[in-house]
Write a protein of this length. Structure first.
Length: 231
């Protein structure tokens, strides 16, 4: 049976058909940006067991759903490369790094970095799960990077925003609360439990806010809120 742009399908336990888009049915297309062929081959080996991820040739990078960057650390050079890639590709970025380094993680989130892993800890299953998370609009960062991000935020608030009395407005109280909980590392279910909302309500709050502010994903939303002094 052929599948068009949309196909109606009834999920188990539901009498109402769910709409499945062509994007959801096809394989996730990833492109790899690496300093050497060995790093690219390593990523190819990670996706080998996965039937739903496709590695694109380098010239097809603008068509990727997720772009994977392999680098020693988040350096100034790596950030410049990310900004260059952003000009030709709208896909979220995933970083595979050797170590934390001293990079600007707020800038990385703003440019579209939604996920990261340590090269020494990558496994095929973890890599596939990270790609799926980022593809669905989520984000996933190691605890060390989240900690550095929070330190960067505190420094920015203390040295730049606070002294100038800069705070952003235009967001509902519950939107600010959701952003603050995301920044603390809570997932959708945990946020819903903390705020006494349903998970669907939390997702709707995020979707409405990100659409209104033209934000790409949760990491970008948190970075926007931090830069603006909202949280």
């Amino acid at each position: 049976m052929s599948v068009g742009p949309q196909s109606a399908r009834t999920w188990p336990g539901s009498s109402r058909p769910a709409v499945v888009t062509e994007r959801q049915l096809r394989r996730i297309r990833i492109a790899v940006e690496a300093v050497d062929v060995f790093s690219r081959a390593g990523v190819a080996g990670l996706i080998g067991p996965s039937p739903d991820i496709q590695l694109l040739p380098t010239p097809q990078l603008p068509q990727a759903d997720v772009v994977v960057i392999v680098a020693p650390r988040l350096s100034g050079r790596a950030l410049r490369r990310l900004r260059g890639l952003r000009e030709v590709c709208s896909a979220p970025f995933v970083l595979i790094l050797d170590n934390l380094g001293g990079g600007d993680w707020l800038a990385a989130a703003e440019v579209g970095v939604a996920g990261a892993m340590w090269r020494s800890e990558v496994t095929p299953d973890q890599f596939t799960e990270l790609i799926r998370t980022v593809m669905s609009g989520g984000s996933q960062l190691p605890p060390e990077i989240q900690g550095q991000l929070l330190k960067d935020v505190a420094h920015l608030q203390e040295t730049v925003l606070g002294p100038r009395g800069l705070t952003a407005s235009g967001l509902e109280t519950r939107e600010v609360d959701v952003l603050r909980l995301i920044a603390e590392g809570l997932d959708t279910a945990e946020i819903a439990d903390r705020m006494k909302y349903s998970e669907r309500t939390v997702k709707n709050i995020l979707y409405a806010m990100m659409t209104r502010l033209n934000l790409r994903n949760r990491s970008h939303a948190v970075a926007y809120a931090m830069r603006s002094g909202i949280i």
